[in-house]
Design a protein around this ligand. Structure first.
Ligand code: URA
Ligand code: SF4
Length: 197
């Protein structure tokens, strides 16, 4: 692993910057390929992630893995993380205070990995990362903020009891990797939305 990323990982493991440290079992640093073209960003760890200290290993994670596999991508090829690294009690939405306290870690992950694009998973991450709301209007779209490209899609947990959304996630992930291929070949990409910083 990249040594700077290893440092971030250690800092997250030991972090006590917000009250979520009091209720967590384990903090959940990002995980995956530090040379990845894309970082997937979820909201916050759930029960399984808290127990094992790894992002997206529960049922939502399985849905994400399945959508990736259908595009011929394995989880090891990408980097997966969350806006907030410790589980909020009963999976409540993280507070602004918690999000602000945890921000520096995701910023460092992005600085170190320098992904071509960041894939925002679901409405909470969409709000935290891009200040957006109403993900249903924006999913499948390409955004830009501070010269960084973003791709917006639904949270994998939304697909658990909804076969239609399984297809939506699968199609979005396919679009994302088609886009990455185009970016790598130097093709001009059309931006759907510019987000203000
Ligand atoms: N949901 C998330 O947003 N992140 C995880 O790590 C697991 C479930
Ligand atoms: Fe630290 Fe983030 Fe965990 Fe809060 S949520 S204790 S800021 S790692």
């Amino acid at each position: 692993m990249d040594s700077n990323l290893e440092k971030v990982r250690q800092n997250v493991i030991e972090c006590t910057k917000c009250d979520l440290c009091k209720t967590r079992t384990n903090s959940v640093p990002g995980k995956g390929n530090f040379n990845s073209d894309v970082i997937f960003v979820g909201e916050a760890p759930g029960k399984n992630e808290d127990l094992y200290g790894e992002p997206f290993i529960g049922i939502a994670g399985k849905k994400l893995s399945e959508a990736l596999e259908k595009t011929g991508i394995t989880r090891d090829e990408v980097y997966i993380t969350n806006t907030v690294k410790c589980r909020p009690p009963n999976n409540r939405v993280p507070t602004k205070l918690e999000k602000d306290a945890c921000q520096e870690y995701i910023q460092k992950e992005i600085e170190i990995i320098k992904p071509k694009i960041i894939c925002v998973l679901g409405n909470t991450a969409f709000g935290s990362v891009l200040g957006g709301t109403e993900i249903t209007k924006f999913r499948g779209k390409i955004g830009k903020k501070n010269n960084q490209l973003y791709f917006i899609t639904i949270h994998p947990a939304a697909t658990i009891y909804n076969q239609k959304l399984v297809e939506v996630l699968k199609q979005d992930i396919k679009k994302l990797f088609d886009l990455i291929r185009e970016l790598k070949s130097g093709k001009e990409i059309t931006i759907d939305i510019e987000f203000s910083s």
